[in-house]
Design a protein. Structure first.
Length: 497
C-alpha cells in the first residue's frame, strides 16, 4: 500500500470539506469492501448529505457497479462529488460524465487483467512454477525446489545445552528438521493412518501444534493442518514432481472457485528430482481418499493402536451390499449372543418392516465366504478357449512357469560382475517383477492389473483367506460391483467386468 498516496488523498478530502473519512485497503475491483458497504448504508439511512471521493473508481471498477451505487445516491437524494474529474450530480453534465468515466474505468480494469493473463501465459509456456508453492516447497527462479531450510526444533531431541542455544544466531546449529522433511513425515503419517482426520490428530499430538489462523498463501509456512487442508495438499500434483495450472478460476463477481481436477492443466516432470511422492504413493493416497469418501461411518476405521490393520474387518463391504427385495442399500448392524460371549455383525435392509419383506439380516462372515467362493470360480470361467484351462483353485502355492523363468534370468544377471548402472537397473526391475508374481495383490501389482487379471491371480483359496483388513479394502472394491442379500443369505455377488 502506498501510504504517501493515501495521506495525500485524505488531505485533499479534508480541504474539500469532508468531516468523516472512510478508507478501504482492499482491491477496488471488489464490490463488498467494508468501507464502501458502510458508506452505502449511511447513504441509504440518509445520515450524510454529500459524498466526496477523489476518483470515480473508488465506487467500483465496472459500469454496472458504479451505476448501482449512483442509483442509491439518487434515491436517497445524496449528492456525489468527484474531485479528480470535477463531477457533481447537481450539474446537468454530472450523470453523462459518470457513465463515460465508468466505461473508461471498466476498460482500464479489463486491460490490466489482460496484461496479467498474458504474463501468466508466458510463464506457463515456460512451465514455470506458480508463485504460491505448497508446503514443503519453495520457488527457485521458475522451478519448484524442496524447501531444505530448518523449520522445526524438536524438543524431544534437544541437547543438554539447549538453553545456551537460545542465543544462537545460526539456525543450522539448532536441532530440528527441514521443511521438506516435515512435509514428508506428514505423508508417512497419512499412509500409516489411512485417513485425513486420524493423520491430523497424530500430527498435532506429535508436534504439539495449537490452533491458529488458516493458511493464507504458500509463503507463510504455517504448520497447521485441517482435514480438508491436508487432503488438498496430498492431492496436489506438485508433490509428484509436476506443475499444475488452472486449479482455480475467478467468477464474474471476483470470487475464487476450485476447478475439477479434470480441468487442471498439468505439466509433468517439471521438477522430477524434487518429488515428495512416488507414483505408487500418489495412487495409494488417491485410492485411500476416494474409498474413505464413499465408505463413511463410525466403524470404518480401527482405532485400536495395537491392531496391525487401520481399517475394521468388514470395512470393504461399505456401499457394496443391497437388499435383493427392494434394491435399497443395506445397513450394518450388530447384536450379542444370548450368553453375551459373542457378537454378530450383519447387514439388513433399511426398509425392513417398513414396506420390505426382507426381514432377516445376513451375517458379514457369510457374505465374505460367498465373495471368496465366487472369486474362486471366476478364473476358470474367464479362461478363453485358446488358453490352458487347467487353472483350478489349489490349496498350496506353486511356482508358475513365468516365475521360474524370471528367477533363472535374475540368477544369470547376478553372475555378471560389472559396475553398470543399466545392468543394476535391470536387476532391480527383475527383482520387482518376481515380487509381484509372488504377491499378485501387492500395491504395485494392483496398479497395473485389470479386474480380470486380479481375479485370475486369486485362484488360490489361501490367498483370499490370509488377506488383512487393509488388503481387502484395496482389493475387493476393485473386483466387486455389488452384492444382494435376502433373508439371511447372499443371493448374488456381481463382479466388475
Amino acid at each position: 500500500m502506498n501510504t504517501h498516496a493515501l495521506e495525500q488523498q485524505i488531505e485533499r478530502l479534508k480541504r474539500a470539506g469532508a468531516t468523516l473519512i472512510i478508507c478501504d485497503v482492499q482491491k477496488g475491483k471488489k464490490d463488498d469492501r467494508p468501507g464502501l458497504m458502510h458508506i452505502i448504508k449511511l447513504v441509504q439511512e440518509k445520515k450524510i448529505a454529500e459524498l466526496i471521493v477523489t476518483r470515480l473508481d473508488r465506487l467500483g471498477r465496472s459500469v454496472v457497479s458504479i451505476r448501482k451505487n449512483i442509483a442509491v445516491f439518487q434515491e436517497s437524494e445524496v449528492n456525489l462529488r468527484v474531485l479528480d474529474q470535477l463531477i457533481d450530480l447537481k450539474t446537468s453534465q454530472g450523470m453523462f460524465m459518470i457513465n463515460l468515466l465508468a466505461s473508461l474505468a471498466e476498460m482500464e480494469v479489463d486491460q490490466l487483467s489482460e496484461r496479467v493473463r498474458h504474463g501468466k501465459q508466458h510463464r506457463r509456456n515456460q512451465n514455470a512454477a506458480c508463485e504460491c508453492a505448497p508446503f514443503g516447497y519453495r520457488v527457485d527462479g521458475i522451478a519448484y525446489r524442496l524447501d531444505r531450510t530448518p523449520f522445526l526444533c524438536l524438543l524431544e531431541q534437544r541437547p543438554e545445552n539447549y538453553q545456551e542455544l537460545s542465543e544462537e544466531s545460526d539456525p543450522k546449529q539448532l536441532p530440528g528438521i527441514m521443511v521438506a522433511q516435515l512435509a514428508r513425515d506428514c505423508i508417512d503419517i497419512f499412509l500409516a493412518m489411512k485417513g485425513v482426520s486420524k493423520a491430523v490428530r497424530v500430527i498435532t499430538q506429535k508436534y504439539g501444534i495449537g490452533r491458529c489462523h488458516s493458511k493464507k498463501n504458500g509463503h507463510d509456512k504455517i504448520f497447521h493442518w485441517t482435514p480438508a487442508g491436508i487432503k488438498r495438499w496430498l492431492l496436489n500434483p506438485v508433490l509428484q514432481g509436476h506443475t499444475v495450472y488452472n486449479k482455480r478460476r475467478t467468477t464474474s463477481r471476483g470470487q475464487r472457485q476450485e476447478n475439477s481436477p479434470e480441468d487442471w492443466d498439468i505439466r509433468t516432470d517439471t521438477h522430477a528430482g524434487d518429488r515428495l511422492l512416488t507414483d505408487q504413493e500418489a495412487e495409494e493416497i488417491k485410492q485411500i481418499i476416494e474409498f474413505n469418501a464413499s465408505h463413511v461411518g463410525t466403524a470404518l476405521l480401527n482405532y485400536d493402536a495395537s491392531a496391525p490393520d487401520t481399517y475394521s474387518p468388514y470395512a470393504y463391504l461399505r456401499s457394496l451390499v443391497f437388499c435383493a427385495e427392494c434394491q435399497a442399500k443395506a445397513i450394518t448392524k450388530s447384536r450379542e449372543s444370548v450368553d453375551r460371549h459373542k457378537k454378530y455383525f450383519y447387514y439388513s435392509c433399511r426398509h425392513a418392516r417398513k414396506g420390505c419383506n426382507n426381514l432377516k439380516g445376513t451375517k458379514k462372515e457369510l457374505i465374505e465366504t460367498a465373495i471368496i467362493n465366487q472369486l474362486l470360480q471366476q478364473p476358470v470361467a474367464l479362461q478363453s478357449p485358446g488358453l490352458n484351462t487347467s487353472l483350478q483353485p489349489i490349496s498350496s502355492p506353486l511356482k508358475s512357469e513365468k516365475l521360474q523363468k524370471m528367477e533363472v534370468r535374475l540368477a544369470k544377471l547376478e553372475e555378471i560382475v560389472d559396475i553398470d548402472p543399466d545392468l543394476e537397473e535391470l536387476k532391480q526391475k527383475t527383482r520387482q517383477q518376481i515380487q509381484e508374481e509372488l504377491n499378485p495383490f501387492s500395491t504395485k501389482a494392483l496398479e497395473t492389473r485389470q479386474v480380470r487379471e486380479i481375479i485370475q491371480s486369486g485362484n488360490n483359496l489361501v490367498i483370499w483367506q490370509l488377506l488383512s483388513a487393509d488388503e481387502k479394502v484395496l482389493i475387493y472394491p476393485k473386483s466387486i460391483d455389488y452384492i444382494t442379500i435376502r433373508n439371511g443369505t447372499v443371493e448374488l455377488v456381481a463382479l466388475k467386468d
